[in-house]
Design a protein around this ligand. Sequence first.
Ligand code: FAD
Ligand code: NAD
Length: 479
Amino acid sequence: MADKFDVIVIGAGPGGYVAAIRAAQMGLKTACVEKWVNKEGKTVHGGTCLNVGCIPSKALLETSHKFVEARDHYAEIGIEVGEPKPNIEKMLAFKNSVINKNVGGISALFKANGVTAIDGTGKVVSSKEVEVTDHDGNSQTYSADNIVIAAGSVPVEIPPTPLTDDLIVTSTGALEFTEVPKRLGVIGAGVIGLELGSVWNRLGSEVTVLEAMDSFLPMVDTAVAKETQKLLKKQGLDIKLGARVTGSEVKDNEVVVKYADADGDQEMTFDKLIVCVGRRPYTKGVVADGVGVELDERGFIFVDDQCRTNVPGVYAIGDCVRGPMLAHKASEEGVMVADIIAGHKAEVNYDAIPSVIYTSPEVAWVGMTEQDAKAKGVEVKTGSFPFSANGRALANNAPEGMAKIIADAETDRILGVHIVSQHAGELIAQGVIAMEFGSSAEDLALTCYAHPSTSEAIHEAALAVDGHAIHMANRKKRK
Ligand code: FAD
Ligand code: NAD
Protein backbone atom coordinates (compact mmCIF):
# COMPACT_ATOMS: atom_id res chain seq x y z
CA MET A 1 0.00 0.00 0.00
CA ALA A 2 1.31 3.45 -0.96
CA ASP A 3 0.75 6.76 0.87
CA LYS A 4 -2.36 7.49 2.93
CA PHE A 5 -4.25 10.75 2.38
CA ASP A 6 -7.08 12.63 4.07
CA VAL A 7 -8.63 13.23 0.64
CA ILE A 8 -8.08 11.73 -2.81
CA VAL A 9 -9.79 13.52 -5.70
CA ILE A 10 -10.28 11.65 -8.98
CA GLY A 11 -10.14 14.09 -11.90
CA ALA A 12 -8.44 17.48 -12.18
CA GLY A 13 -11.10 19.45 -14.07
CA PRO A 14 -12.57 22.63 -12.57
CA GLY A 15 -14.48 20.46 -10.08
CA GLY A 16 -11.58 18.25 -9.02
CA TYR A 17 -8.66 20.66 -9.07
CA VAL A 18 -10.60 23.27 -7.09
CA ALA A 19 -11.70 20.64 -4.54
CA ALA A 20 -8.08 19.49 -4.17
CA ILE A 21 -6.68 23.01 -3.72
CA ARG A 22 -9.39 23.95 -1.22
CA ALA A 23 -8.90 20.72 0.75
CA ALA A 24 -5.13 21.35 0.94
CA GLN A 25 -5.79 24.95 2.02
CA MET A 26 -7.94 23.52 4.83
CA GLY A 27 -4.91 21.59 6.07
CA LEU A 28 -5.96 18.21 4.66
CA LYS A 29 -3.35 15.89 3.12
CA THR A 30 -4.66 15.79 -0.44
CA ALA A 31 -3.91 13.98 -3.70
CA CYS A 32 -5.48 14.50 -7.12
CA VAL A 33 -5.42 11.75 -9.76
CA GLU A 34 -5.59 12.74 -13.44
CA LYS A 35 -5.42 10.57 -16.55
CA TRP A 36 -5.59 13.19 -19.35
CA VAL A 37 -2.47 13.28 -21.54
CA ASN A 38 -1.85 15.88 -24.21
CA LYS A 39 -0.49 15.27 -27.72
CA GLU A 40 3.06 15.30 -26.31
CA GLY A 41 2.15 12.47 -23.91
CA LYS A 42 2.32 14.74 -20.84
CA THR A 43 -0.36 14.56 -18.10
CA VAL A 44 -2.34 17.81 -18.10
CA HIS A 45 -4.63 19.26 -15.46
CA GLY A 46 -7.74 21.36 -16.05
CA GLY A 47 -10.02 18.72 -17.59
CA THR A 48 -12.51 19.50 -20.33
CA CYS A 49 -12.73 23.16 -19.34
CA LEU A 50 -9.09 24.09 -19.86
CA ASN A 51 -8.12 21.60 -22.58
CA VAL A 52 -11.11 21.31 -24.94
CA GLY A 53 -13.92 23.39 -23.46
CA CYS A 54 -14.45 26.80 -21.89
CA ILE A 55 -10.98 28.23 -22.40
CA PRO A 56 -10.08 27.17 -25.99
CA SER A 57 -13.60 27.95 -27.23
CA LYS A 58 -13.44 31.43 -25.71
CA ALA A 59 -9.99 32.02 -27.28
CA LEU A 60 -11.47 31.25 -30.73
CA LEU A 61 -14.65 33.22 -30.00
CA GLU A 62 -12.56 36.26 -29.07
CA THR A 63 -10.19 36.04 -32.06
CA SER A 64 -13.03 35.46 -34.53
CA HIS A 65 -15.01 38.33 -32.94
CA LYS A 66 -12.02 40.66 -33.34
CA PHE A 67 -11.77 39.59 -36.99
CA VAL A 68 -15.44 40.50 -37.61
CA GLU A 69 -15.00 43.81 -35.83
CA ALA A 70 -12.07 44.63 -38.12
CA ARG A 71 -13.85 43.37 -41.26
CA ASP A 72 -17.34 44.76 -40.70
CA HIS A 73 -17.29 47.44 -38.05
CA TYR A 74 -13.99 49.32 -37.83
CA ALA A 75 -14.76 51.41 -40.91
CA GLU A 76 -18.09 52.49 -39.33
CA ILE A 77 -16.19 54.18 -36.51
CA GLY A 78 -13.42 55.63 -38.63
CA ILE A 79 -10.68 53.00 -38.56
CA GLU A 80 -9.56 51.92 -42.02
CA VAL A 81 -7.61 48.68 -41.99
CA GLY A 82 -8.18 47.36 -45.51
CA GLU A 83 -9.42 43.81 -46.03
CA PRO A 84 -8.40 41.68 -42.99
CA LYS A 85 -7.68 37.97 -43.53
CA PRO A 86 -7.97 35.26 -40.90
CA ASN A 87 -4.80 33.24 -40.33
CA ILE A 88 -6.20 30.01 -38.92
CA GLU A 89 -2.79 28.55 -38.11
CA LYS A 90 -1.96 31.54 -35.93
CA MET A 91 -5.40 31.58 -34.33
CA LEU A 92 -4.98 27.92 -33.35
CA ALA A 93 -1.47 28.65 -32.06
CA PHE A 94 -2.86 31.50 -29.95
CA LYS A 95 -5.63 29.22 -28.63
CA ASN A 96 -3.05 26.52 -27.77
CA SER A 97 -0.83 29.03 -25.98
CA VAL A 98 -3.83 30.10 -23.87
CA ILE A 99 -4.53 26.44 -23.00
CA ASN A 100 -0.89 25.84 -22.03
CA LYS A 101 -0.75 28.89 -19.77
CA ASN A 102 -3.92 27.86 -17.97
CA VAL A 103 -2.96 24.20 -17.65
CA GLY A 104 0.53 25.10 -16.39
CA GLY A 105 -1.11 27.37 -13.84
CA ILE A 106 -2.97 24.47 -12.22
CA SER A 107 0.18 22.37 -11.83
CA ALA A 108 1.87 25.39 -10.21
CA LEU A 109 -1.10 25.85 -7.86
CA PHE A 110 -0.95 22.17 -6.88
CA LYS A 111 2.73 22.60 -5.96
CA ALA A 112 2.14 25.88 -4.11
CA ASN A 113 -0.70 24.39 -2.06
CA GLY A 114 0.95 21.03 -1.41
CA VAL A 115 -1.47 18.90 -3.45
CA THR A 116 0.13 15.60 -4.53
CA ALA A 117 -0.52 15.14 -8.26
CA ILE A 118 -0.80 11.47 -9.23
CA ASP A 119 -0.71 10.65 -12.96
CA GLY A 120 -2.92 7.79 -14.15
CA THR A 121 -6.43 6.39 -14.12
CA GLY A 122 -8.10 6.25 -10.73
CA LYS A 123 -10.67 3.66 -9.64
CA VAL A 124 -12.49 3.59 -6.32
CA VAL A 125 -11.92 0.01 -5.12
CA SER A 126 -13.35 0.46 -1.61
CA SER A 127 -14.84 3.36 0.34
CA LYS A 128 -11.32 4.18 1.52
CA GLU A 129 -9.07 3.08 -1.37
CA VAL A 130 -8.25 4.31 -4.85
CA GLU A 131 -6.30 2.16 -7.28
CA VAL A 132 -4.29 4.15 -9.82
CA THR A 133 -3.06 2.61 -13.07
CA ASP A 134 -0.32 4.69 -14.65
CA HIS A 135 0.22 5.23 -18.38
CA ASP A 136 2.54 2.17 -18.53
CA GLY A 137 -0.12 -0.07 -17.01
CA ASN A 138 1.39 -0.31 -13.49
CA SER A 139 -1.09 -0.13 -10.61
CA GLN A 140 -0.74 1.16 -7.09
CA THR A 141 -3.40 1.50 -4.36
CA TYR A 142 -3.64 4.63 -2.19
CA SER A 143 -5.83 4.94 0.88
CA ALA A 144 -7.84 7.97 1.97
CA ASP A 145 -10.41 8.87 4.60
CA ASN A 146 -12.44 10.67 1.93
CA ILE A 147 -12.74 10.26 -1.82
CA VAL A 148 -14.11 12.86 -4.23
CA ILE A 149 -15.11 11.69 -7.71
CA ALA A 150 -14.87 14.51 -10.26
CA ALA A 151 -14.66 12.45 -13.45
CA GLY A 152 -16.50 14.97 -15.67
CA SER A 153 -18.28 14.30 -18.94
CA VAL A 154 -17.78 13.47 -22.61
CA PRO A 155 -19.81 14.35 -25.74
CA VAL A 156 -22.97 12.38 -26.51
CA GLU A 157 -22.80 10.49 -29.83
CA ILE A 158 -25.92 9.67 -31.86
CA PRO A 159 -26.46 6.70 -34.20
CA PRO A 160 -27.49 8.76 -37.30
CA THR A 161 -24.13 10.56 -37.38
CA PRO A 162 -21.27 8.23 -36.36
CA LEU A 163 -18.08 10.25 -35.81
CA THR A 164 -15.23 10.12 -38.33
CA ASP A 165 -11.61 11.28 -38.01
CA ASP A 166 -12.18 14.74 -39.40
CA LEU A 167 -15.55 15.14 -41.20
CA ILE A 168 -18.09 14.38 -38.49
CA VAL A 169 -16.66 15.64 -35.23
CA THR A 170 -17.57 16.74 -31.72
CA SER A 171 -16.73 20.13 -30.20
CA THR A 172 -13.17 18.89 -29.67
CA GLY A 173 -12.63 18.42 -33.42
CA ALA A 174 -14.32 21.75 -34.17
CA LEU A 175 -11.66 23.54 -32.08
CA GLU A 176 -9.00 22.11 -34.40
CA PHE A 177 -10.23 22.75 -37.97
CA THR A 178 -7.12 23.82 -39.87
CA GLU A 179 -9.11 25.64 -42.55
CA VAL A 180 -12.49 27.34 -42.71
CA PRO A 181 -15.09 24.80 -43.93
CA LYS A 182 -17.16 26.28 -46.76
CA ARG A 183 -20.39 24.58 -45.65
CA LEU A 184 -20.56 23.72 -41.96
CA GLY A 185 -23.39 21.68 -40.46
CA VAL A 186 -24.05 21.80 -36.73
CA ILE A 187 -26.40 19.37 -34.99
CA GLY A 188 -27.92 20.97 -31.88
CA ALA A 189 -28.74 24.64 -31.27
CA GLY A 190 -27.53 24.39 -27.68
CA VAL A 191 -24.66 26.23 -26.09
CA ILE A 192 -21.85 24.53 -28.03
CA GLY A 193 -23.69 24.65 -31.36
CA LEU A 194 -24.26 28.40 -31.09
CA GLU A 195 -20.76 29.20 -29.82
CA LEU A 196 -18.76 27.08 -32.27
CA GLY A 197 -21.23 27.76 -35.08
CA SER A 198 -20.56 31.46 -34.46
CA VAL A 199 -16.78 31.02 -34.52
CA TRP A 200 -16.73 29.43 -37.97
CA ASN A 201 -19.55 31.60 -39.33
CA ARG A 202 -17.51 34.69 -38.43
CA LEU A 203 -14.48 33.24 -40.18
CA GLY A 204 -16.48 32.63 -43.38
CA SER A 205 -18.36 29.32 -43.18
CA GLU A 206 -21.98 29.05 -44.31
CA VAL A 207 -23.39 27.58 -41.11
CA THR A 208 -26.61 25.58 -40.82
CA VAL A 209 -27.75 24.52 -37.37
CA LEU A 210 -30.21 21.61 -37.19
CA GLU A 211 -32.17 21.57 -33.95
CA ALA A 212 -34.67 18.84 -33.10
CA MET A 213 -36.80 21.00 -30.78
CA ASP A 214 -39.33 23.51 -32.08
CA SER A 215 -38.31 26.16 -29.58
CA PHE A 216 -35.08 28.16 -29.45
CA LEU A 217 -33.14 28.32 -26.15
CA PRO A 218 -36.12 27.25 -24.01
CA MET A 219 -34.09 27.76 -20.80
CA VAL A 220 -33.76 31.50 -21.52
CA ASP A 221 -36.53 34.05 -21.00
CA THR A 222 -38.66 34.07 -24.18
CA ALA A 223 -38.15 37.79 -24.91
CA VAL A 224 -34.36 37.44 -24.63
CA ALA A 225 -34.33 34.18 -26.63
CA LYS A 226 -36.36 35.81 -29.45
CA GLU A 227 -33.99 38.80 -29.58
CA THR A 228 -30.99 36.42 -29.65
CA GLN A 229 -32.44 34.34 -32.47
CA LYS A 230 -33.05 37.47 -34.51
CA LEU A 231 -29.49 38.74 -33.97
CA LEU A 232 -27.85 35.40 -34.79
CA LYS A 233 -29.95 35.07 -37.94
CA LYS A 234 -28.79 38.54 -39.01
CA GLN A 235 -25.19 37.38 -38.57
CA GLY A 236 -25.83 34.54 -41.01
CA LEU A 237 -26.51 31.52 -38.79
CA ASP A 238 -29.23 29.49 -40.48
CA ILE A 239 -30.97 27.88 -37.48
CA LYS A 240 -33.52 25.26 -38.52
CA LEU A 241 -35.84 24.39 -35.63
CA GLY A 242 -37.89 21.19 -35.54
CA ALA A 243 -35.22 19.45 -37.67
CA ARG A 244 -34.60 15.89 -36.45
CA VAL A 245 -31.47 14.30 -37.90
CA THR A 246 -32.18 10.79 -39.18
CA GLY A 247 -29.01 9.74 -40.98
CA SER A 248 -25.77 10.68 -42.68
CA GLU A 249 -23.49 9.49 -45.41
CA VAL A 250 -19.85 10.35 -46.00
CA LYS A 251 -18.81 10.49 -49.66
CA ASP A 252 -16.07 12.31 -51.58
CA ASN A 253 -14.91 14.24 -48.51
CA GLU A 254 -18.42 15.58 -47.90
CA VAL A 255 -21.16 14.68 -45.43
CA VAL A 256 -24.74 14.30 -46.57
CA VAL A 257 -27.08 14.76 -43.63
CA LYS A 258 -30.66 13.55 -43.73
CA TYR A 259 -33.21 15.14 -41.46
CA ALA A 260 -36.97 15.38 -41.08
CA ASP A 261 -38.89 18.59 -40.42
CA ALA A 262 -42.48 19.79 -40.71
CA ASP A 263 -42.17 19.65 -44.53
CA GLY A 264 -40.99 16.02 -44.60
CA ASP A 265 -37.62 14.38 -45.33
CA GLN A 266 -34.75 16.72 -46.21
CA GLU A 267 -31.07 16.43 -47.12
CA MET A 268 -28.12 18.83 -46.92
CA THR A 269 -24.46 18.46 -47.85
CA PHE A 270 -21.65 19.84 -45.70
CA ASP A 271 -17.85 19.96 -45.74
CA LYS A 272 -17.75 19.41 -41.97
CA LEU A 273 -20.37 18.42 -39.42
CA ILE A 274 -20.23 19.16 -35.69
CA VAL A 275 -22.33 16.94 -33.45
CA CYS A 276 -23.15 18.83 -30.24
CA VAL A 277 -26.26 17.26 -28.79
CA GLY A 278 -25.23 17.31 -25.14
CA ARG A 279 -22.68 15.59 -22.91
CA ARG A 280 -22.88 12.49 -20.73
CA PRO A 281 -21.16 11.63 -17.44
CA TYR A 282 -17.77 9.96 -17.80
CA THR A 283 -18.21 7.48 -14.98
CA LYS A 284 -17.82 4.05 -16.59
CA GLY A 285 -15.27 2.07 -14.59
CA VAL A 286 -14.53 4.85 -12.07
CA VAL A 287 -16.04 2.83 -9.21
CA ALA A 288 -15.47 -0.93 -8.77
CA ASP A 289 -18.70 -2.93 -8.68
CA GLY A 290 -18.53 -4.05 -5.05
CA VAL A 291 -18.23 -0.53 -3.60
CA GLY A 292 -21.94 0.12 -3.98
CA VAL A 293 -21.91 3.74 -5.20
CA GLU A 294 -25.26 4.25 -6.94
CA LEU A 295 -25.46 5.58 -10.51
CA ASP A 296 -28.59 6.31 -12.55
CA GLU A 297 -29.31 4.69 -15.91
CA ARG A 298 -27.46 7.50 -17.75
CA GLY A 299 -24.34 7.12 -15.60
CA PHE A 300 -24.78 10.15 -13.30
CA ILE A 301 -23.65 9.41 -9.74
CA PHE A 302 -26.51 9.90 -7.25
CA VAL A 303 -25.68 12.58 -4.70
CA ASP A 304 -27.57 14.61 -2.09
CA ASP A 305 -27.60 18.42 -1.90
CA GLN A 306 -24.11 18.32 -0.38
CA CYS A 307 -22.69 15.99 -3.05
CA ARG A 308 -22.52 12.95 -0.74
CA THR A 309 -23.00 9.62 -2.53
CA ASN A 310 -24.84 6.79 -0.79
CA VAL A 311 -21.45 5.46 0.46
CA PRO A 312 -20.16 7.40 3.52
CA GLY A 313 -16.89 9.24 2.82
CA VAL A 314 -17.36 9.12 -0.96
CA TYR A 315 -18.46 12.38 -2.66
CA ALA A 316 -19.09 13.23 -6.33
CA ILE A 317 -19.15 16.66 -7.98
CA GLY A 318 -19.34 18.50 -11.30
CA ASP A 319 -20.51 17.16 -14.64
CA CYS A 320 -20.75 13.57 -13.36
CA VAL A 321 -23.65 14.49 -11.02
CA ARG A 322 -27.07 16.19 -11.45
CA GLY A 323 -27.38 19.87 -12.29
CA PRO A 324 -26.07 22.11 -15.06
CA MET A 325 -22.83 21.06 -16.74
CA LEU A 326 -20.91 24.23 -16.01
CA ALA A 327 -17.35 24.78 -14.84
CA HIS A 328 -18.28 27.25 -12.09
CA LYS A 329 -20.99 24.91 -10.75
CA ALA A 330 -18.38 22.12 -10.59
CA SER A 331 -15.91 24.42 -8.78
CA GLU A 332 -18.49 25.59 -6.24
CA GLU A 333 -19.31 21.96 -5.47
CA GLY A 334 -15.57 21.28 -5.10
CA VAL A 335 -15.23 24.06 -2.51
CA MET A 336 -18.36 22.90 -0.68
CA VAL A 337 -17.20 19.29 -0.44
CA ALA A 338 -13.68 20.24 0.72
CA ASP A 339 -15.17 22.49 3.41
CA ILE A 340 -17.53 19.74 4.58
CA ILE A 341 -14.67 17.22 4.77
CA ALA A 342 -12.69 19.77 6.80
CA GLY A 343 -15.58 19.87 9.28
CA HIS A 344 -17.27 23.11 8.20
CA LYS A 345 -20.88 23.82 7.20
CA ALA A 346 -21.15 24.53 3.49
CA GLU A 347 -23.71 24.63 0.72
CA VAL A 348 -24.19 25.68 -2.90
CA ASN A 349 -27.08 27.98 -3.79
CA TYR A 350 -28.30 26.15 -6.88
CA ASP A 351 -30.89 28.89 -7.52
CA ALA A 352 -28.19 31.44 -8.24
CA ILE A 353 -25.89 29.73 -10.74
CA PRO A 354 -25.37 31.94 -13.80
CA SER A 355 -25.27 30.64 -17.37
CA VAL A 356 -23.63 32.39 -20.31
CA ILE A 357 -23.62 31.69 -24.04
CA TYR A 358 -20.59 33.45 -25.48
CA THR A 359 -22.06 34.41 -28.83
CA SER A 360 -21.89 38.04 -29.91
CA PRO A 361 -23.79 39.59 -28.28
CA GLU A 362 -23.57 37.28 -25.29
CA VAL A 363 -26.62 35.73 -23.64
CA ALA A 364 -26.54 35.45 -19.85
CA TRP A 365 -29.11 34.56 -17.26
CA VAL A 366 -29.65 33.56 -13.67
CA GLY A 367 -32.77 32.36 -11.90
CA MET A 368 -36.32 32.11 -13.18
CA THR A 369 -37.64 33.03 -16.59
CA GLU A 370 -41.03 34.71 -16.87
CA GLN A 371 -42.36 31.50 -18.45
CA ASP A 372 -40.99 29.43 -15.48
CA ALA A 373 -42.77 31.74 -13.06
CA LYS A 374 -46.04 31.39 -14.97
CA ALA A 375 -45.73 27.60 -15.05
CA LYS A 376 -45.12 27.54 -11.28
CA GLY A 377 -48.01 29.93 -10.60
CA VAL A 378 -45.67 32.61 -9.15
CA GLU A 379 -47.02 36.14 -9.67
CA VAL A 380 -44.24 38.32 -11.07
CA LYS A 381 -43.63 41.81 -12.39
CA THR A 382 -40.89 42.47 -14.93
CA GLY A 383 -38.76 45.35 -16.16
CA SER A 384 -36.86 45.44 -19.46
CA PHE A 385 -34.44 47.92 -20.95
CA PRO A 386 -32.91 48.01 -24.45
CA PHE A 387 -29.16 48.62 -24.86
CA SER A 388 -30.01 50.91 -27.79
CA ALA A 389 -31.02 53.47 -25.11
CA ASN A 390 -27.77 53.05 -23.12
CA GLY A 391 -25.13 55.73 -23.78
CA ARG A 392 -22.12 53.50 -23.23
CA ALA A 393 -23.48 50.74 -25.48
CA LEU A 394 -23.98 53.32 -28.25
CA ALA A 395 -20.44 54.65 -27.70
CA ASN A 396 -19.15 51.06 -27.85
CA ASN A 397 -20.92 50.65 -31.21
CA ALA A 398 -22.73 47.68 -29.61
CA PRO A 399 -26.35 48.81 -29.14
CA GLU A 400 -27.93 45.36 -29.64
CA GLY A 401 -29.83 43.52 -26.94
CA MET A 402 -31.83 44.00 -23.79
CA ALA A 403 -31.82 43.34 -20.07
CA LYS A 404 -34.83 41.95 -18.22
CA ILE A 405 -35.47 41.58 -14.51
CA ILE A 406 -38.12 39.31 -13.08
CA ALA A 407 -39.29 40.14 -9.55
CA ASP A 408 -41.87 38.69 -7.19
CA ALA A 409 -45.09 40.71 -7.65
CA GLU A 410 -45.72 40.95 -3.93
CA THR A 411 -42.28 41.13 -2.26
CA ASP A 412 -40.32 42.71 -5.17
CA ARG A 413 -37.53 40.12 -4.54
CA ILE A 414 -35.48 39.48 -7.69
CA LEU A 415 -36.20 35.99 -9.03
CA GLY A 416 -34.33 36.16 -12.33
CA VAL A 417 -32.16 38.32 -14.56
CA HIS A 418 -31.83 37.71 -18.30
CA ILE A 419 -29.54 39.67 -20.61
CA VAL A 420 -28.50 39.63 -24.23
CA SER A 421 -25.78 42.20 -24.92
CA GLN A 422 -22.09 42.78 -25.41
CA HIS A 423 -20.35 41.49 -22.23
CA ALA A 424 -23.60 40.08 -20.78
CA GLY A 425 -21.37 37.40 -19.21
CA GLU A 426 -19.79 40.11 -17.06
CA LEU A 427 -23.02 42.02 -16.38
CA ILE A 428 -24.84 38.94 -15.08
CA ALA A 429 -22.67 38.91 -11.93
CA GLN A 430 -24.82 41.82 -10.72
CA GLY A 431 -27.93 39.67 -10.95
CA VAL A 432 -26.18 36.77 -9.19
CA ILE A 433 -25.00 38.99 -6.34
CA ALA A 434 -28.42 40.60 -6.05
CA MET A 435 -30.05 37.17 -5.80
CA GLU A 436 -27.43 35.88 -3.32
CA PHE A 437 -28.21 38.86 -1.07
CA GLY A 438 -31.97 38.48 -1.51
CA SER A 439 -32.23 41.97 -3.06
CA SER A 440 -35.44 43.52 -4.28
CA ALA A 441 -35.69 45.25 -7.66
CA GLU A 442 -35.99 48.48 -5.69
CA ASP A 443 -32.59 47.79 -4.03
CA LEU A 444 -30.98 47.86 -7.49
CA ALA A 445 -33.13 50.82 -8.55
CA LEU A 446 -31.86 52.82 -5.53
CA THR A 447 -28.20 51.92 -6.20
CA CYS A 448 -25.88 54.49 -7.80
CA TYR A 449 -24.33 53.14 -11.01
CA ALA A 450 -21.26 54.60 -12.75
CA HIS A 451 -21.99 56.59 -15.89
CA PRO A 452 -21.48 55.83 -18.66
CA SER A 453 -21.55 52.06 -18.22
CA THR A 454 -23.50 49.24 -19.79
CA SER A 455 -24.41 48.24 -16.21
CA GLU A 456 -26.78 51.20 -16.24
CA ALA A 457 -29.08 49.06 -18.41
CA ILE A 458 -29.50 46.73 -15.39
CA HIS A 459 -30.27 49.79 -13.25
CA GLU A 460 -32.86 50.95 -15.76
CA ALA A 461 -34.41 47.46 -16.00
CA ALA A 462 -34.72 47.49 -12.19
CA LEU A 463 -36.36 50.92 -12.35
CA ALA A 464 -38.64 49.62 -15.12
CA VAL A 465 -39.97 46.88 -12.81
CA ASP A 466 -42.11 49.63 -11.28
CA GLY A 467 -42.50 51.53 -14.53
CA HIS A 468 -39.99 54.28 -13.69
CA ALA A 469 -37.06 53.82 -16.07
CA ILE A 470 -35.49 57.23 -16.70
CA HIS A 471 -34.36 56.77 -20.30
CA MET A 472 -37.56 55.16 -21.53
CA ALA A 473 -41.14 56.38 -21.90
CA ASN A 474 -42.62 55.88 -18.42
CA ARG A 475 -45.57 53.60 -18.02
CA LYS A 476 -46.63 54.71 -14.55
CA LYS A 477 -46.82 57.94 -12.51
CA ARG A 478 -44.88 57.79 -9.23
CA LYS A 479 -47.25 57.76 -6.24
P1 FAD B 1 -14.11 17.82 -16.49
O1 FAD B 1 -13.67 19.18 -16.79
O2 FAD B 1 -14.63 16.98 -17.60
O3 FAD B 1 -12.86 17.11 -15.83
C1 FAD B 1 -12.89 15.76 -15.45
C2 FAD B 1 -11.46 15.27 -15.38
O4 FAD B 1 -11.45 13.98 -14.79
C3 FAD B 1 -10.81 15.12 -16.75
O5 FAD B 1 -9.57 15.77 -16.74
C4 FAD B 1 -10.66 13.61 -16.91
O6 FAD B 1 -9.50 13.25 -17.66
C5 FAD B 1 -10.51 13.17 -15.47
N1 FAD B 1 -10.88 11.79 -15.23
C6 FAD B 1 -12.03 11.16 -15.56
N2 FAD B 1 -12.01 9.89 -15.13
C7 FAD B 1 -10.82 9.73 -14.50
C8 FAD B 1 -10.20 8.63 -13.84
N3 FAD B 1 -10.83 7.45 -13.74
N4 FAD B 1 -8.96 8.79 -13.33
C9 FAD B 1 -8.32 9.99 -13.44
N5 FAD B 1 -8.84 11.04 -14.05
C10 FAD B 1 -10.08 10.92 -14.56
N6 FAD B 1 -18.67 25.56 -18.93
C11 FAD B 1 -18.74 26.83 -18.47
O7 FAD B 1 -19.07 27.04 -17.30
N7 FAD B 1 -18.42 27.90 -19.27
C12 FAD B 1 -18.04 27.73 -20.55
O8 FAD B 1 -17.76 28.70 -21.25
C13 FAD B 1 -17.97 26.41 -21.07
N8 FAD B 1 -17.59 26.19 -22.35
C14 FAD B 1 -17.49 24.91 -22.82
C15 FAD B 1 -17.14 24.72 -24.13
C16 FAD B 1 -17.03 23.44 -24.65
C17 FAD B 1 -16.62 23.25 -26.10
C18 FAD B 1 -17.27 22.33 -23.81
C19 FAD B 1 -17.13 20.93 -24.33
C20 FAD B 1 -17.66 22.50 -22.49
C21 FAD B 1 -17.78 23.80 -21.98
N9 FAD B 1 -18.20 24.05 -20.68
C22 FAD B 1 -18.29 25.34 -20.21
C23 FAD B 1 -18.53 22.95 -19.75
C24 FAD B 1 -17.34 22.69 -18.78
O9 FAD B 1 -16.19 22.40 -19.54
C25 FAD B 1 -17.67 21.56 -17.84
O10 FAD B 1 -18.89 21.82 -17.18
C26 FAD B 1 -16.58 21.41 -16.80
O11 FAD B 1 -15.34 21.14 -17.39
C27 FAD B 1 -16.93 20.29 -15.81
O12 FAD B 1 -15.91 20.16 -14.88
P2 FAD B 1 -15.61 18.76 -14.17
O13 FAD B 1 -14.44 19.00 -13.28
O14 FAD B 1 -16.84 18.22 -13.59
O15 FAD B 1 -15.22 17.77 -15.36
P1 NAD C 1 -26.96 21.34 -24.99
O1 NAD C 1 -27.73 20.46 -24.12
O2 NAD C 1 -26.71 22.76 -24.59
O3 NAD C 1 -27.64 21.42 -26.44
C1 NAD C 1 -27.88 20.29 -27.20
C2 NAD C 1 -28.96 20.61 -28.21
O4 NAD C 1 -29.01 19.55 -29.14
C3 NAD C 1 -30.35 20.72 -27.59
O5 NAD C 1 -30.96 21.92 -28.00
C4 NAD C 1 -31.07 19.50 -28.12
O6 NAD C 1 -32.46 19.70 -28.32
C5 NAD C 1 -30.37 19.27 -29.44
N1 NAD C 1 -30.44 17.89 -29.93
C6 NAD C 1 -30.29 16.75 -29.21
N2 NAD C 1 -30.39 15.68 -30.03
C7 NAD C 1 -30.59 16.16 -31.28
C8 NAD C 1 -30.76 15.55 -32.56
N3 NAD C 1 -30.72 14.23 -32.70
N4 NAD C 1 -30.92 16.35 -33.64
C9 NAD C 1 -30.93 17.71 -33.51
N5 NAD C 1 -30.79 18.33 -32.31
C10 NAD C 1 -30.62 17.57 -31.22
O7 NAD C 1 -25.58 20.57 -25.25
P2 NAD C 1 -24.22 21.04 -25.88
O8 NAD C 1 -24.39 22.28 -26.66
O9 NAD C 1 -23.66 19.83 -26.53
O10 NAD C 1 -23.37 21.38 -24.60
C11 NAD C 1 -23.11 20.36 -23.62
C12 NAD C 1 -22.92 20.95 -22.26
O11 NAD C 1 -21.75 21.72 -22.21
C13 NAD C 1 -24.08 21.84 -21.90
O12 NAD C 1 -24.73 21.26 -20.79
C14 NAD C 1 -23.49 23.14 -21.50
O13 NAD C 1 -23.90 23.54 -20.23
C15 NAD C 1 -21.98 22.90 -21.48
N6 NAD C 1 -21.37 24.05 -22.17
C16 NAD C 1 -21.44 25.27 -21.57
C17 NAD C 1 -20.94 26.37 -22.22
C18 NAD C 1 -21.05 27.71 -21.57
O14 NAD C 1 -21.30 27.75 -20.36
N7 NAD C 1 -20.84 28.81 -22.28
C19 NAD C 1 -20.37 26.27 -23.48
C20 NAD C 1 -20.34 25.01 -24.06
C21 NAD C 1 -20.83 23.91 -23.40
